[in-house]
Every structure is written in C-alpha cells, then in structure tokens.
Design a protein around this ligand. Structure first.
Ligand code: SF4
Ligand code: SF4
Length: 731
C-alpha cells in the first residue's frame, strides 16, 4: 500500500523539547502583546477624531491597495515589485504556519488531521513556491538597499543636526528586518530538506525546493541527518519567535500600523484643512472632550494636541524616504524634510508617552529637546512647534503636498505642519514680511496693501467693459485673485485672459471691490481666523451675485473655493481657466486662426495637478493651439513645486540655498529643443520669470502663461494690445 502523504510536525522531538518550544513561544507572544499594547496606549492618548464614516468602504479600499501593492508601486516600480513579492510570500507562509498550528495544536485533539493526502501535497507545493517568491523579494530589497542605494534611503538629516544625531539604529533595524526574514525563510527550506533526505518518500516531490535540496543530503548518515534536522529546526523556530517578539519594537510594526493607517486615510487631506482643534479638556490628558464654552486651541503646541490618527501616522512611517526626496523645501536646502519631521515627532512621542523603540535615532546633548537637557518642562508640556520641530523648519514648507502624495502608507504630513504653524502665528513667531502681508490682508483684503477700490483697475485699456457681477447676472464669475489683480507683472496676463474670454463668447464678470483674497495661502500659513474672515466676506459677495460657475486663473484660489468653501456653505462649480477653454475648444466655440507649432514644456502647478487632478485640460488646450509639448521628468501629479505656495511668496526665503524655481528651469533646459516654458498660475509666472533672470538664461528659454499662447493662436493682434497696455492698468 502506498504511503499516505503527510509529515510529523515535531519530528525527532522529545516531549520535553516540545514543552520548551511552547514555553518560548508563550514568552514571545507575551512580549509581542505587551509591545503592541504600549503602541495602542500611545495612540489612544491622541485627541479624538471621527474617521469611522463608511468604514466598510474604507476597509475595502485599503484591502485593495494592500493586496495590489498600489501605493508602494506608485512612483517606484522596483520597490513595488520587491515589496509585492515579500508581502505575498509572507502572507502565504503565515497562513501555512497557521494551518500547521491548527492541525497540530487543535484538530489532533479531536482525532482530525488536515495535513495529509492530496491537501498535504498541494499545501507543500504552494508553500515551497511562495517561499521562493518571498526570498526573491527579500533579495531584491537587499540589492536595492545595499547595492543600488537610492538617495531616499540615505538617513542623513536635512538639518545641520546631522552630525549630532546618530541614526545608525535605523540602519541596524533595516538590516535585522530583511536578514532575519531571509534567515527564517532559508532555514525553513533546510529543515524541510533534512527531513525529506532521511527517507526520500516519492510524494515529497511536491515539496519542490525541499526535494531538490534533499537529493545531495540523502547520502548522509541517518543519525547526522536527525541531529542536523533537530538543531536547524530549533534555530529556525527561535528566529521565527524572535521575529514575533521584535515586531512591536521595530520597523516590522508597519505590518500592522500601515494597514490600519490606510483604512483611516482622509482622501481630502491637505486639499481641505481641518478647522481649529476644539478647546482643551482641562485635564491635559488629551481625550479630546472639549471644555464647554472655552476658546478653541490655536493649533498644536503639545504632543497631546495631535489626534489619534496623527499619532498613528508617526508610527506608520517606514522611513522609505519618498517624501524626503520629493520635498522642494529639502531640495532647496532648508532644514525641512517631511520624513525627518515625522521621525522627530515619533521619537518625541515615544519618549513623552513612554513607548520604547529599540533601534531609533539617538540625540547628542546639544541637539536634544529641552527636557533632555535638564529643563523643567515635562515631555507633555514641551512645545512641539518650537522645541521639537523648529519654527524655521515649519515655515519652510511650501504646502506643495508632494509628501502626502508620495507617501505609500497614507501619512498626512501637511495637517500637522499647518496646525503647528497656527500655534506659531498665535504666538507671533513669524517673519516680518509675512506679518506685513497678513496685516495687509486683514486691513485691505489683499496682500499688496492696495485699496480694495483698485482691485478692478487692471481692466483699464481693454476693448470692452468687464461686467460687474455685483450688479448684473453673469454666466461665469471670474474670481481674479490678488496677483492677477494687483501685480503689475501679471496684470497684462489678466487682460489677455479677459480678451480671450471675450473672443470665446463667454459671458463673464468680476466682483471688483467685492472680491477679497480667497484665503487659500492665508489658511496654509496658519492664520485661521483671517481665513475665516476673508472667506465669510467672499461668500457674502458671491451669495449676492447671480452666476452659474466660477472660473479663476489661480490654482490656489481654485483649491480653497472648490474644496474648503463648501464646508462654509458655499458650494459652487469652480473651474480653472484652462478647463473652461478646453471645454470651449472641444465644443467648437473657440477655434484657432493658426496653429503655433512651438516646442514647449509645461509646468503643472501643484495646486492644479496634484491637489485637484487637473492634468488633462491644459494639455488639451496646448494640443488645440498646435503646441508640441515635451514633458519634464517631473510632470502631472508628480510635478515639482515653484516654491511660492503655503505663503512662501510672502516670506523671507534666504534660508534656501538653491531656489526650486531655478532647479525647475534647469530641468526644462535639459529638454531637447524646448525654448518655451509654459505655466498656468500667476505665482508660477512670477517665480519662473525671476528664475530665468537669476540664471541668466533668457536667451535659451522664455516663460509664457498658456493664455498668451492661446491668444496668439486665436487672435494675435488683440493679445499684443492687451498685454502691452500695462501703463494704463497700473495707473
Ligand atoms: S508639503 Fe511640500 S514642502 Fe511641505 S513638507 Fe510636504 S513636500 Fe515638503
Ligand atoms: S512619511 Fe511616508 S513617504 Fe515619508 S518616509 Fe515615512 S513612509 Fe516614507
């Protein structure tokens, strides 16, 4: 009779050895649960935040993202492949281990057995195949980390503390992670091969890897095979148990934190900032229950101000560095790196809440936060916006959202940055230029400090009168914005937009002195009260007007009108001018008199492409007017910031070693035959024309707003007239 395919789990183990193994397993499990509980306790200390809407939908979305590795694959196919192999290998091997445990520790007491016959054969084959998948993934990860060495995996800090902070613990943790898993996987095959080599039963051919390895071993003495099997089994088993115990104290914890973090992601994070946090509850325990009638917190100053999701974000970071290399503030040489910001907050939160992290960054005395230098503040009283993260670092953020978009595990860096900025603004820790701009915005409703009456002066010199939407109904209300209204460098472009709209037969009007700065950047600077005031006044003006849709040339304005005003009761259809023109070209309402044929490159504004997904419309317009578009390496949602956002255009930016606008122009200069750099944002136009001047490359590339090229294609004469008539408008 042929032998029934199966195997003995504790082959060659005495009862005492089995008991020792179970005792060690119990200890490992207790250590795991204790570490897990410490992490859970820390996250529970965060302020409450409602993220449980559509929980089933959230879970479904996260499961799909995790199963397909979509967020890891995004922007890094090699890492995505390696991670997918490790993930699926791990999942299948884990399920296999659970089946073995259930079979041996539960079913056998009921006289049942799963691991036999055909099931056992397929079980063996599946686990052997996925073991190879797992090892292949680990090897790719090892090659990536220690041979390819991409810049994002360099843990060097963006700030000058680099020499004083020892981050070798991070590197050791990475090494333990992959090498321990590799050792577990390889010794699993060795144990299998030694077991098979004893008798070489034919059915074990299904254990394809074990069978191949067993061949050369089968010539050894049985006693040798038995001894080697027992010792290798112990080594393999103890490594696996050490892995279990190590998880909650190491990077391995991301297995759990990242999955949960992806469930609770806010898909509108950054696009729509949260209101001020509620009042403290008075007992400092951060349970989020507001004190009745108390004023709200002015942003975040304590670690207990962070919500549970924001504390979970800190634990979810895998140090992959994607945000670090995507960040324009870091590229400009400031002290900000979103990765470092998250890791510093994590180190601090772990210390404040008593959560041990074994291999982490170690601070020297000089660079520690005050409490470590014998200060009187307790960890829970330490000001995170000055003593853990430096104000200069927080002010360096352009709010470009590249970090949020790049992060594969759903970390929302920007919300915390703005919340800490709110605290800095409240305490007056901001530079004079910014202070001046905010005062102008408060006094005049615009950052230029101009009388509101002058807001519509740019329309002087147009061939027609722009309708006043406060007085007569219009189909399209053009929310012009500060730069397009007041900046002499942009006013010519505004007139060109007006001429093109007029030619396209668009029934449009503006609010003249009824319009105020929309408040997008005011909010991102952290001046929430001023944002609310501006928004309230704008909404009152919009409510009093009659129109079907809003159009704007400014992507920043578009973002707040589209994503934040609805929370304040103003829900309108908001278009960027490129979207409106694309519709007109598509419907035939607008046509070109000549196709331009220029070879150009296009810079996607962060607030248009990344924040609002408006990637196609500008390209449709460029195609319609006959431009030959050559893409820069960073394009579409992966665009690179000009450096003006988040209020940076109002700040002293002397802490930048190399402006991102200049880096971007240099990127464009690398393109073959491109002599025109196209933008669709007034701030971009300002930043890039300045950058071309600074670089002295005006003979090689010229910056144009797309509207200039559209006008050139549809009606060349009116363009020239509108754009050149700056004197009249500025006066
Ligand atoms: S929003 Fe942009 S500038 Fe700010 S931290 Fe993120 S990547 Fe850096
Ligand atoms: S915050 Fe996200 S993108 Fe940045 S290092 Fe951590 S996991 Fe990577």
């Amino acid at each position: 009779m042929p032998e029934t395919p199966t195997r003995e789990i504790f082959l060659h183990f005495s009862t005492a050895m089995e008991l020792v193994f179970y005792a060690v397993a119990a200890v490992a499990s207790v250590v795991f649960l204790y570490g897990f509980w410490l992490r859970y306790r820390k996250i529970r200390r965060g302020r409450s935040e409602h993220r449980f809407d559509d929980l089933v939908g959230r879970i479904r979305r996260a499961v799909v993202q995790i199963a397909t590795n979509a967020t890891v694959r995004k922007g890094d196919r090699f890492a995505g492949l390696a991670h997918a192999l490790i993930f699926w290998g791990f999942v299948v091997l884990f399920i296999g281990t659970c089946i073995v445990a259930i079979d041996h520790d539960i079913l056998r007491w009921f006289g049942l057995k799963m691991l036999q016959g055909t099931f056992y054969l397929w079980f063996s084959l599946t686990l052997d195949v996925f073991g190879v998948v797992f090892i292949a993934g680990l090897v790719l990860m090892i090659v990536r980390r220690w041979v390819m060495k991409p810049a994002q995996l360099d843990y060097k800090r963006a700030d000058e503390q680099g020499g004083q902070v020892d981050r070798s613990g991070y590197a050791t943790d990475d090494m333990i992670f992959v090498w321990l898993l590799l050792v577990i996987a390889v010794t699993g095959y060795v144990v299998e091969a030694l077991r098979i080599a004893e008798t070489m039963p034919a059915f074990e051919r299904w254990s394809i890897v074990g069978w191949v390895l067993a061949g050369p071993l089968s010539g050894l003495e049985t006693e040798t095979l038995v001894n080697w099997h027992v010792w290798t089994w112990w080594f393999h088993g103890l490594c696996a148990l050490a892995f279990v115990a190590y998880i909650p104290f190491s990077k391995m914890m991301h297995i759990f934190t990242d999955a949960v973090n992806l469930v609770f992601v806010d898909e509108r994070a950054a696009r729509r900032l949260p209101p001020l946090p509620p009042a403290p509850d008075g007992n400092g325990d951060g349970d989020g229950e507001p004190k009745k009638k108390a004023a709200p917190r002015m942003g975040y100053s304590r670690i207990t101000d962070f919500t549970w999701k924001e504390l979970l974000d800190l634990d979810a970071c895998t140090k992959c560095g994607r945000c670090h290399v995507a960040c324009p503030a870091r590229a400009a040489g400031t002290t900000l790196s979103p990765r470092d910001l998250i890791l510093d907050l994590r180190s601090f939160a772990n210390e404040a809440f008593g959560t041990p992290e074994w291999l982490t960054q170690r601070f020297g005395r000089e660079s520690k936060w005050p409490l470590r230098d014998g200060g009187t503040a307790t960890a829970l009283d330490t000001d995170v916006a000055t003593d853990v993260i430096r104000p200069e670092t927080l002010w360096s953020c352009t709010t470009c959202m590249a970090c949020v978009a790049a992060c594969p595990v759903g970390i929302e860096h920007l919300t915390g940055i703005v919340q800490m900025r709110r605290h800095l603004v409240d305490g007056g820790t901001l530079d004079d230029n910014l202070q001046g701009a905010l005062m102008n915005l408060g006094d005049y409703g615009n950052s230029f400090g101009e009388s509101p009456k002058k807001r519509g002066r740019w329309t002087k010199g147009l061939s027609f009168k722009v309708k006043n939407a406060k007085k007569e109904p219009v189909d399209t209300l053009w929310f012009v914005g500060d730069f397009a209204s007041f900046d002499p460098r942009i006013q010519g472009l505004s007139r060109t937009v007006a001429e093109v709209f007029h030619t396209a037969g668009i029934d449009f009007g503006i609010l003249y002195d009824g319009e105020k700065n929309a408040g997008n950047d005011v909010r991102r600077v952290g001046e929430e009260g001023l944002f609310e005031m501006l928004a309230e006044e704008n909404i009152a003006a919009l409510d009093a007007a009659t129109f079907e849709q809003i159009v704007t040339t400014d992507p920043h304005t578009l973002n707040t009108l589209r994503n934040e005003y609805p929370d304040l009761g103003a829900d309108y259809r908001v278009l960027h001018y490129t979207g409106l023109l694309a519709e007109r070209f598509a419907s035939g309402a607008l046509s070109v008199s000549r196709r331009l044929g220029h070879r150009v490159t296009y810079h996607d504004p962060c607030y248009l492409a990344r924040y609002n997904g408006e990637i196609d419309a500008p390209r449709d317009v460029m195609r319609a007017i006959g431009l030959d578009v050559v893409e820069m390496p960073r394009c579409g949602a992966n665009t690179f910031c000009c450096g003006a956002g988040g209020g940076r255009i109002w700040m002293d930016t002397s802490n930048e070693q190399k402006r991102t606008s200049e880096q971007r122009i240099e990127e464009a200069l690398e393109l073959d035959g491109v002599r025109v750099f196209v933008t669709t944002c007034p701030k971009d136009y300002t930043m890039y024309t300045d950058a071309v001047k600074t670089l002295g490359c005006g003979d090689r590339i010229v910056v144009k707003d797309l509207i200039e090229l559209v006008a050139e294609a549809i009606e060349p004469e009116s363009v020239e007239a509108a754009a050149s008539d700056e004197a009249g408008a500025a006066g």
